[in-house]
Write a protein that binds this ligand. Structure first.
Ligand code: PHE
Length: 338
């Protein structure tokens, strides 16, 4: 048995030394040390050896095993080093290959338009304010002079979260939240998501509004007109016209909807403006004295104006997009155009 062990050792070390690659080294490991390997076979014979012989034989077998294992390890290290060296020689870097550009994302068109609008108002001195999307009925309706039985509540097709709590149907509740914590003069712009149970080519159940509020002594409708003129001239160009149509909102008096001359046909009449020459872009008015009462503002001393505009609507006009849903399908073929 000793001789057999010695034979295995000599043969193993010789073949390992001659191995050409890592796969061959692995094959040899299996051949000699594996569960059905030569050495294992010999070790099985130990059982038949006499009790006096067994310790010496065991030790000899173990020595052979260690020698083979060490030799396998050395060969492995040696082979992988030379493999790397030859890879470095043959796989040279081709610096003339065109690079692969990583795909870059960009801001969503609605966000870009919102930021442009906000920029214009912050340059005029308005500060950005925010409020929660999940809002109480108090801020969304009651404090805005829209009590429970008010017909205007129906117009809003509200999503209810639970009794008394809604997904805000407009950004106007931010007006109240700002007034509660600030004394006039106040000039804020409040961008954010709003929600209504509504869906067709020009309505989405979630959309963006930007609210404006300015309160001080002696503010009149002329100030509202002046600020909105400045805004539309900067955003749509100096040739754009503005007109007011009387309207109704519970929280403003008087109230109006504002239209701009059609950005496509310049007022001549086309498909986009439905041949009227005008496009509706926002709702506005002078803050209702009742609203000031809820805010604890002295309505004898202060007046103010507010407006709320739809961001998607303006994005659609800016980029000639025919349906609001293109903006929210997240089809990259569409979004990559901006
Ligand atoms: N909150 C109104 C709406 O969503 C818009 C508005 C804001 C009107 C401020 C007047 C003043 O329709």
């Amino acid at each position: 048995m000793k001789d057999r062990l010695e034979e295995i050792r000599v043969e193993a070390l010789k073949t390992i030394d001659a191995a050409q690659d890592l796969a061959e080294v692995e094959q040899l490991r299996v051949k000699y040390l594996g569960r059905k390997g030569l050495l294992t076979e010999v070790l099985r014979g130990l059982a038949q050896a006499s009790a006096e012989e067994r310790p010496a034989l065991g030790k000899a077998a173990n020595d052979v095993k260690l020698a083979i294992a060490e030799s396998l390890d050395n060969k492995k290290v040696q082979l992988s080093a030379s493999q790397e060296a030859s890879a470095a020689r043959t796989e040279r870097l081709d610096l003339s290959l065109p690079g692969r550009k990583p795909l870059r994302g960009h801001k969503h068109p609605v966000m870009r338009v919102a930021e442009e609008i906000i920029d214009i108002f912050t340059q005029l001195g308005f500060q950005v304010a925010t409020g929660p999307d999940v809002e109480t009925e108090y801020y969304n309706f009651d404090s805005l002079n829209t009590p429970e039985d008010h017909p205007a509540r129906d117009l809003h097709d509200t999503f209810f979260v639970k009794p008394g709590v809604v997904l805000r149907t407009h950004t106007s509740p931010v007006q109240m939240r700002v007034m509660e914590r600030t004394q006039p003069p106040v000039a804020v712009i409040a961008p954010g998501r709003v929600y209504r149970v509504d869906q067709d080519a020009s309505h989405s159940p979630m959309f963006y509004q930007i609210e404006g509020l300015l309160v001080d002594k002696g503010i009149t409708f002329a100030d509202l007109k002046g600020v909105l003129m400045l805004f539309i001239h900067r955003y749509f160009g100096p040739e754009t016209q503005l007109r007011f149509r009387p309207h109704y909102f519970p929280f403003t008096e008087p109230s109006a909807e504002a239209d701009i001359s059609c950005t496509v046909c310049a007022g001549k009449g086309c498909r986009v403006c439905k041949h009227s020459g005008w496009l509706e872009i926002l709702g506005c008015g002078m803050v209702h004295p009742e609203v000031f009462k809820y805010a604890n503002y002295d309505y004898e001393t202060y007046t103010g104006f507010a407006f709320g505009l739809g961001v998607e609507r303006i994005a659609m006009l800016t980029h000639a997009i025919s349906s609001i849903h293109y903006l929210y399908e997240n089809d990259l073929r569409f979004l990559e155009q901006f």
